[in-house]
Design a protein around this ligand. Sequence first.
Ligand SMILES: NC(=O)C1=CN([C@@H]2O[C@H](COP(=O)(O)OP(=O)(O)OC[C@H]3O[C@@H](n4cnc5c(N)ncnc54)[C@H](OP(=O)(O)O)[C@@H]3O)[C@@H](O)[C@H]2O)[C@@H](O)CC1
Ligand SMILES: Nc1ncnc2c1ncn2[C@@H]1O[C@H](COP(=O)(O)OP(=O)(O)O)[C@@H](O)[C@H]1O
Ligand SMILES: [K+]
Length: 457
Amino acid sequence: MNGRPILTAAETRAAEAAVFATGVTVEQAMEAAGGVVAEAAWRHAGRVPTLVLCGPGNNGGDGYVIARLLKARGLKVRVAASGEPKTDAARAMRARWDGPVEPLADVAPAPLLIDALFGTGLARPLDPAIAAPLERLAKAARLRIAVDLPSGVGTDDGALLGPGIAYEMTVALAVLKPAHRLQPAAALMGRLVLGDIDIPGASKLVEIARPHLPAPGPADHKYTRGHVVVAEGAMPGAALLSAMAAQRGGAGYVTLAGRATGQGGPAAIVRRDAPLGEILADDRVGVALVGPGLGRDAAARALLDVALAAGRPLVLDADALVLLAGSGALSGMPILTPHEGEFTKLFGELPGSRIDRARAAAERSRAVVVLKGPDTVVAAPDGRAAIAAPAPGWLATAGTGDVLAGLIAANRARGLDPFDAACAGVWLHGYAARLAGAGLIADDLIAHLPRALEACL
Ligand SMILES: NC(=O)C1=CN([C@@H]2O[C@H](COP(=O)(O)OP(=O)(O)OC[C@H]3O[C@@H](n4cnc5c(N)ncnc54)[C@H](OP(=O)(O)O)[C@@H]3O)[C@@H](O)[C@H]2O)[C@@H](O)CC1
Ligand SMILES: Nc1ncnc2c1ncn2[C@@H]1O[C@H](COP(=O)(O)OP(=O)(O)O)[C@@H](O)[C@H]1O
Ligand SMILES: [K+]
């Protein structure tokens, strides 16, 4: 998995420092940052009267550059500041701005608002003396553009530290930060543009990228493509959704096993009522998926125990996660796919951001953890983590989690390592949701999986 790196505020500062150590100056980086934002604003908004809000730090420094560059293109630009610049670079850019700087408190609005109040340096909630005018000016503007980040979000955890204004565009500088992808901040970004200013960053945290999933070749047969066994329990519809998703997600062979009470679905699904242990003893089984519709009774627990003892790669979802509450480290690096409720049952209340919590859970359980939600995070025990790009809210409908579990199982069965299989499943799921569009139900996702797979060939 090598999606775009996502850096915390401290990691971003370290990446900047590494570049500055090569002789690049802060002023040069700031000119570059202002340049990419001015260009993006010009392309997005055109010749619109503009108000640039500048804060005390380097985000504000970027703002003075943006104002100068847009004015040079002939735009009517005004600048308002929350106070005097406090860094040398920001002071230098303030000095290169040849117009007035108005106080933030009573400045008049403009149709385009460019917010360069705070970026990665925001250290505490916005003071009302800044939040109130920001909100007033944002409301009165027609278009809002955030420089690096909307002012008033926690860079590393995506928390709201300000009024929660929605922007039309955010120009992330140099690298993505967690807040660009973590809720509630991520929902404020509007169109997210990554402004390349020649500051490379590497991180164990990345954005989930489109996976490369080659088509089956001449040497493949149904078992090399992956045999997924889905345990059927109290609610067979859920297991059937997972099984169908595994089929359309590329598995070569899908078996429904366990209580085998269900009916329906494609004839190509093999239904077996042999004991699960016997089915999993076949070493062609690439993965066992246990949890969707499993139930939480003694029979469910027995199926889960058989799967845990079988020594096959595992995907554990839904009821299996609830049954696992209180257990410690698992063996064989299973993939766990909890939503928030299941996560809390399984791991309790953990501190920190969603990334911190998913990482801690992965380390504790020795499993790859897929913490699902509008900002799905995947984490591995070795510290690797990935965040999904925003997926349609239409996914918030029953059964879509079963589809995701089946998709992850298919990718694990085709031989991807647990982290990559989880990321591939999450990507395909989000892409299929975009293809399925408004009003989607879980079954529609499955119907769109072949086109999602095609995008990964
Ligand atoms: N990535 C890159 O390579 C490049 C990044 N660049 C840009 O630099 C930005 C980061 O700049 P930065 O570190 O100076 O922080 P920034 O966000 O301007 O704020 C810090 C100031 O705000 C203050 N302050 C904090 N919280 C506050 C509050 N609630 N209410 C009031 N004040 C508060 C804080 O003061 P203090 O906490 O000491 O009171 C300090 O004065 C980054 O986002 C990007 O835009 C480019 O220019 C160059 C290349
Ligand atoms: N608001 C949302 N925006 C985007 N994706 C969402 C949203 N809500 C839920 N999802 C996704 O939908 C799926 C729901 O899974 P889950 O909660 O297990 O539902 P179910 O158990 O009904 O299948 C997850 O993949 C989750 O990431
Ligand atoms: K900002």
